[in-house]
Design a protein around this ligand. Structure first.
Ligand SMILES: Nc1ncnc2c1ncn2[C@@H]1O[C@H](COP(=O)(O)OP(=O)(O)OP(=O)(O)O)[C@@H](O)[C@H]1O
Length: 159
């Protein structure tokens, strides 16, 4: 009985954390809004079970990253009251993790919805689908390199 009470208490704390993130983080509200739109789109369009799993995975990844980012921001603000190079690195790297998961979700969204939203164009131009895939990964790669390149340069400058 005590174990169940502890488990229920843990779930309660987790819900409190989620509520805090939704109420205080604008980005979290944006993620949830987009999630709602994606779910409506997935219900309206002919999405397979595997595609649904991929969409869910991408969405959960973004929301989990945003929650961890919020936790890191809170810990940094608790420990550091003034400007500190390490505080900046901690916050920027946590933000980069969210950015990366969000880009991943965009790529998954393009891959899942592209041929469902533009089936006629695809029938005439088969190469468009591969363009969408290549462009998605190119975009993801560029953002990845820019984000981590920027962080690496910043870090090197502060050494
Ligand atoms: N104590 C600090 N020392 C150095 N740089 C900081 C510090 N606090 C914040 N920063 C810099 O300012 C940026 C924004 O910080 P802030 O705490 O406002 O987070 P945020 O990304 O705006 O959070 P939110 O998700 O709540 O909008 C950080 O990414 C970091 O570069």
């Amino acid at each position: 009985m005590r174990v169940w009470k502890q488990i229920l208490a843990s779930i309660g704390y987790a819900i409190e954390g989620m509520t805090y993130a939704i109420l205080t983080q604008r980005n979290m509200r944006i993620h949830l809004g987009i999630t709602l739109l994606v779910m409506i789109l997935a219900l309206l369009l002919d999405v397979t079970k595997i595609e649904m799993i991929l969409l869910f995975f991408a969405i959960v990844l973004v929301i989990a990253a945003e929650l961890i980012n919020t936790a890191i921001e809170a810990v940094v603000d608790l420990m550091v009251v003034r400007y500190h190079r390490l505080a900046k690195i901690a916050k920027d790297v946590a933000a980069a993790a969210v950015l990366l998961t969000a880009l991943h979700a965009v790529v998954v969204g393009i891959l899942v919805f592209y041929d469902k939203l533009f089936p006629l164009r695809l029938r005439n131009f088969h190469h468009l689908e591969s363009y969408a895939i290549v462009l998605s990964f190119l975009y993801l790669g560029i953002c990845f390199v820019l984000t981590f390149g920027y962080l690496a340069i910043k870090k090197a400058r502060h050494r």
